[in-house]
Design a protein around this ligand. Structure first.
Ligand code: PLP
Length: 335
């Protein structure tokens, strides 16, 4: 369905705001189901079909469910979607339109992950979960495209909203493969970004722990990056340490600000996807990113599926009678 090959857009408005000479946005909101998840759904679905599977499944807090439901429908195979019972109802309809078998599961999200793999093995369902190997393979294409789009001049920083860690692993793997083939002469510094209300990878990073601990009471504005026990967390920590990456976290409020900022570039991202912009602002203030640093912000998913969160934005508009319209408009155009 033409997943991938997404635009790399120069951030003309955000560059001066962030005091950064060089900033590009890799816009994953334009994938067939509006998030980068389609890349890995495509590759892992192909693997499932090549092995002769007749049904697929996933567990998700939203985007992956939508992606797997859509690709399962397109492939014409039975598709099982397990969602957390905490998911706001507005997020169910964009999954149900593709007519999968959907089950809301009460219980610990971290445990459902392992349980689903077990059930899949017993019932012959290929679970395309967040960080299974063939989904990670799909994420490599983000790195490949970035190299091509930047004419093989690798940026200094690639900033990635991170939850399970699968996407960041794939992107690191993609850059490494091009580096080993001598297509690029260096690796970018990978920045994994989490939300402060659910930041197990960040917590382990600042505590200098080798292993992540589960977050007890996750409180984050956007479930898409709120996995309390990320299955690829430990592996990502190892990779970031080995290749000079880093982890940071931003608040819900900063994510909402990031969402507003991306809109200045004409991009409607969900808050989870906008944390990359919020992280750049934070790292710029901390001096880790400087004015000359060449940055690419990955914007992982679109905002339309999750419009309920916009209630938290303070938008303004005017109302007026038709006969007063010209007067109202002229005052508006004076400021
Ligand atoms: C899934 C998702 C992420 C996190 O990706 P992981 O591979 O789980 O780390 C980030 N942003 C959006 C919009 C997502 O849907």
């Amino acid at each position: 369905m033409q997943e991938g090959f997404t635009p790399l857009t120069k951030a003309n408005h955000l560059s001066p705001l962030l005091d950064l000479d060089y900033l590009y946005i890799k816009n994953e909101t334009v994938n067939p189901t509006w998030s980068f998840k389609d890349r890995g759904t495509y590759t892992s679905l192909q693997h499932a079909l090549s092995l002769g599977y007749k049904s697929i499944g996933t567990l998700s807090s939203g985007n992956m469910a939508v992606s797997v439901a859509a690709y399962g429908a397109r492939a014409g195979i039975k598709t099982l979607i397990l969602v957390s019972a905490e998911l706001p109802p507005e997020k169910l309809n964009p999954i149900l339109i593709y007519n999968p078998i959907l089950i809301r599961v009460l219980g610990d999200y971290g445990q459902i992950y392992y349980e689903s793999l077990k059930i899949g093995q017993e019932l012959g369902i290929y679970f395309l979960n967040s960080d299974i190997p063939f989904r990670v393979e799909g994420s490599k294409s983000i790195a490949f495209e970035l190299c091509q789009q930047l004419n093989y001049k690798v940026p200094d920083f690639v900033i990635i909203p991170t939850s399970s860690g699968g996407n960041a692993r794939g992107i690191i793997k993609g850059f490494l493969e091009f580096y080993e083939q001598k297509l690029i002469s260096k690796l970018p510094r990978i920045v994994a970004v989490q939300l402060e209300g659910c930041a197990p990878i960040y917590q382990a990073w600042i505590d200098k722990q080798e292993k992540i601990s589960a977050v007890k009471n996750p409180q984050a504005i956007d479930q898409a990056i709120a996995n309390p026990f990320p299955p690829s967390g430990n592996e990502l920590l190892r990779k970031l340490k080995k290749y000079n990456g880093l982890v940071t976290a931003v608040s819900d409020y900063e994510a909402l600000q990031g969402q507003r900022m991306l809109a200045k570039e004409g991009i409607f991202a969900q808050p989870a996807a906008a944390v990359s912009i919020a992280a750049i602002r934070k790292l710029r203030k901390e001096g880790i990113i400087n004015q000359k640093s060449r940055c690419v912000a990955l914007v992982t998913g679109a905002g339309l599926k999750y419009s309920g969160v916009l209630e938290k934005q303070k938008f303004s508009f005017s109302t007026g009678k038709l006969k007063d319209l010209k007067g109202i408009i002229s005052t508006k155009f004076q400021d």
